[in-house]
Write a protein that binds this ligand. Sequence first.
Ligand code: NAD
Ligand code: MG
Length: 395
Amino acid sequence: MSSLPQRVAVLGATGSIGASALDVIARHPDRLRVSVLAAGSQVDALLALCAQHRPQHAVIADESGYARLRDGLRERGLDTRAHAGSTALDQLVAGDACDVVVAAIVGAAGLSSTLAAAHAGKRLLLANKESLVLAGELVIAAAHASGAEIIPVDSEHNAIFQCLRSCRAQGEVRRVVLTASGGPFRGRSRASLADVTPQQAVAHPKWSMGPKISVDSATLMNKGLELIEAHHLFGLSSDRLGVLVHPQSLVHSLVEYIDGSTLAQLGLPDMRTALAVGLGWPERIQSGVAGLDLLSHGRLDFEAPDLEAFPCLRLACEAMASGGTAPAVLNAANEVAVSAFLQGQISFLSIPALVEDALAALPATPASSLDALLAADLQARRLTESAIAGQAQRA
Ligand code: NAD
Ligand code: MG
């Protein structure tokens, strides 16, 4: 690791993970400094963050926002340099403006910068799970070749990352179990989910998150994406990965060892803990999160996931088993379907139906190249978009 303070690029700075990362970074001015801030299209929110954190560079992915970003920085008297577009972002991530990259862009849009950080040997705090679902082998291989250290900042994978520090070899692990809150519709039947609204779906009982992952949590697709994420991060086959619904969201995941020991990581549901683990590792640093008072919570419950009411988890397991382009198709169809659901164009139950249709229409083919994966992603997006347009015409 290079000398302190470490320069941190926060990608997806205006989002939920971005805010948590910036909160932790601001607590450690001696060891961490924000050097790059990047967002999708919210220029005003990005400008406000620049005024607060004074990075060297600010990037707006949407190129039409460039002039407003540049002028806004000037008006505020900031010497932050303005950039626009994904190529500019990839270059900043790979260049010497940062040592650490917080990859917290939502969706497949985050793949390119995740790969750039992995190729460039940066410490990669990976929240953008979609990049691993889409191209996990390529991301892991790139990190391996460059020596980039990936620290997962999805709470479950961060928990597993911590628990795995108590063994030497992967063969000592019997099984890894991801916990799931069950989302806002836990315990409900499939039929009762027909009319749920986007507002109900994003009202997560335990975590405060961006809209896309909140819907994924409500369908349980999030847990499916996380199984694929765990498969790539920890090199575990699907028969050594399980899911347990745990409504209190205090146990963030468990690792079972061959000697019968099970290690779990517990804590309040606040992403600043996982981010502090990544930002400080191998040291522990303050995150602003209080300790866990188990007496005040009283109990920890566990139950099996309901695959009948929440078929997205089953679809993700099937895509993981098929391999090749299947996870890319699953992810792309899901992104399009979730966005249409959030815009009120389709029903909640159409999400798994559209994903299932895409997987059936685009059977898995082997995918060793990025081009093949991106082609599958694009095909699945087009197919799902036209299925949604067809539904709208019939309605
Ligand atoms: P969010 O919607 O709150 O924020 C998304 C961020 O991505 C915003 O800053 C947005 O401007 C940016 N963005 C969108 N499209 C972009 C593009 N094309 N180029 C550059 N930036 C773009 O989402 P979030 O909840 O913070 O989630 C971010 C990622 O972290 C997702 O992959 C999610 O699955 C993962 N994650 C989130 C949580 C959580 O608690 N929120 C937990 C675990 C994992
Ligand atoms: Mg998670």
